[in-house]
Write a protein that binds this ligand. Structure first.
Ligand SMILES: [Zn+2]
Ligand SMILES: [Zn+2]
Length: 242
């Protein structure tokens, strides 16, 4: 056994002593998300436009009307945020910073996409990049990880889609979005993102990865920058949608 892996086991042993693992939903010890609770999550069947929330389509396309004022082609959401298990999962992962929840969160998205692939195999054939929605450097350092980047890595490995990290960057931090009105949110994210390489996404089909989509304004702002740089298609892929 190499020193690195020994050290890792020791580190896990220590962190288990200090923060004993238990399922965030039922309290079962030894695991952050037990199999029973995982299997209780219902994958999304309420497919709708990410902006006006009107139902339709099979993937979550932006509807004809919303296309006039938005850049994002659609949002594929593995689950619905109103599901109580998912709501708790997102909070534990995003706000309580339990990094290990990245794995089951990624599996849920992968399971969902696998099911969609059976219905629309061609749609998933020509994906050029998965791109995580970036956090500011300050926030990444404070959290220790970017949850969207971990999800992107998992999807990139699972589906063999190339991942582009650091191409899209957050240049200004926004004020906390919770409790803000919808219009306020759109203004809040405006001009907060930039592309490092303006030619990387030209004519490409991109999947932007995030944990939750509420109004869709962050994803749309990122899509705007990519479309202006010539991207062919930009879709959001999220664990859950509000
Ligand atoms: Zn459980
Ligand atoms: Zn719409």
């Amino acid at each position: 056994m190499q020193f690195g892996s020994k050290f890792k086991i020791f580190k896990n042993f220590l962190s288990d002593l200090i923060f004993p693992k238990s399922c965030f939903n039922c309290g079962k010890s030894g695991i952050w998300f037990c199999h029973e609770c995982y299997n209780r999550v219902i994958l999304n069947s309420n497919i709708r436009c990410p902006f006006c929330k009107l139902p339709g389509g099979i993937l979550g396309q932006t509807c004809f009307n919303c296309r006039k004022t938005h850049f994002l082609d659609g949002v594929i959401a593995a689950t619905e945020y109103k599901n109580t298990v998912i709501k708790k999962l997102v909070h534990k992962y995003k706000y309580d910073l339990i990094k290990d929840l990245e794995k089951p969160s990624g599996w849920l998205i992968a399971d969902y996409i696998e099911a969609l692939k059976e219905k629309s195999p061609d749609f998933f054939k020509d994906v050029d990049f998965v791109v995580p929605v970036p956090l500011s450097v300050k926030k990444t350092l404070a959290r220790g990880f970017n949850q969207s980047e971990l999800l992107s890595k998992r999807l990139s490995n699972h589906f063999k889609w190339p991942m582009a990290v650091n191409s899209l960057q957050k240049i200004k931090s926004n004020k906390r979005q919770v409790n803000q009105k919808k219009i306020g949110r759109r203004q809040n994210v405006r001009d907060k993102y930039a592309l490092k390489d303006k030619f990387k996404f030209k004519s490409k089909k991109i999947f932007l990865i995030d944990d939750v989509a509420t109004t869709g304004s962050t994803l749309d702002e990122c899509a705007k920058i990519m479309k202006k740089a010539g991207a062919r298609e930009v879709w959001g892929i999220v664990l859950s949608q509000d």
